[in-house]
Design a binder for this molecule. Sequence first.
Ligand SMILES: C[S@@+](CC[C@H](N)C(=O)[O-])C[C@H]1O[C@@H](n2cnc3c(N)ncnc32)[C@H](O)[C@@H]1O
Length: 253
Amino acid sequence: MVAEFDDAAGWTAEAVEELGIQYAIPAACRGSASPGALAWLAEACELSAGTRLLDVGAGAGGPAAWVAEQFGVRPVLLEPMQAASRAAARLFGLPVIAADGARIPLRTASMDAAWCLGVLCTMEDKAALLGEINRVLTPGASLGLLVVVAQSPQCLPVPEGNYFPTQDDLEALLDRTGFTLIEQTGRHATPLSWSRRVDQVRGVIAARHRSAEAYELAARQAECLSRLFATNQVSLELIHAVSLSRGSRARGR
Ligand SMILES: C[S@@+](CC[C@H](N)C(=O)[O-])C[C@H]1O[C@@H](n2cnc3c(N)ncnc32)[C@H](O)[C@@H]1O
């Protein structure tokens, strides 16, 4: 996970600095989000100028930077990996909290909305993360998720450090952690204008770091995930959920 999320995020920032800032957002979207997917999430969550959006597991900050630019939201990024946090701050100048999503150092009910993109599938204890996100959201606030969902309970081979939920797991999890699933949609195509820039950044990274052990490890993980998508063993899902008011959560118990 460190190779995939930390080393690779640092290398991305370096490559963007060489190629130019117009490469930053596409290259720093590391959860496979496309502009169409981000727009769907932003519209579904009804984000607008001034919304305090917490991006949990923000990585190198591409999605948060995109939504700040397009919708005028005020994002706060939370990311446990050091190089990824530094990359987000360096590339976009956004505020980053270096912390674990299961222990968010923010006050209860202090955020208007949250995103958590490509993170749940990397965590065994998903309930701890979602429960904590629910705590910091105001009641009725929106949560946008991007999740790799397993099409059957036994999908193989699973890349190391990944724990893909099934659709049933995901629905039960949201229910258990105080969210109502409002709507869900599948993958959005990535335009060439983005994928070309991502490929160029990858080219620079490969030229510089191909011989590093972390590079090989991250490449193997990516290849394994691509095989799962190609064989329809997993799908990429976008989800809009809403945090239940604390009163209705208590009444539901
Ligand atoms: C696939 S990347 C997605 C990054 C970003 N959300 C995006 O879409 O570009 C998954 C991110 O989740 C972060 N992550 C893993 N475990 C976490 C945890 N316990 N709390 C918060 N973030 C975590 C990783 O460090 C990594 O940056």
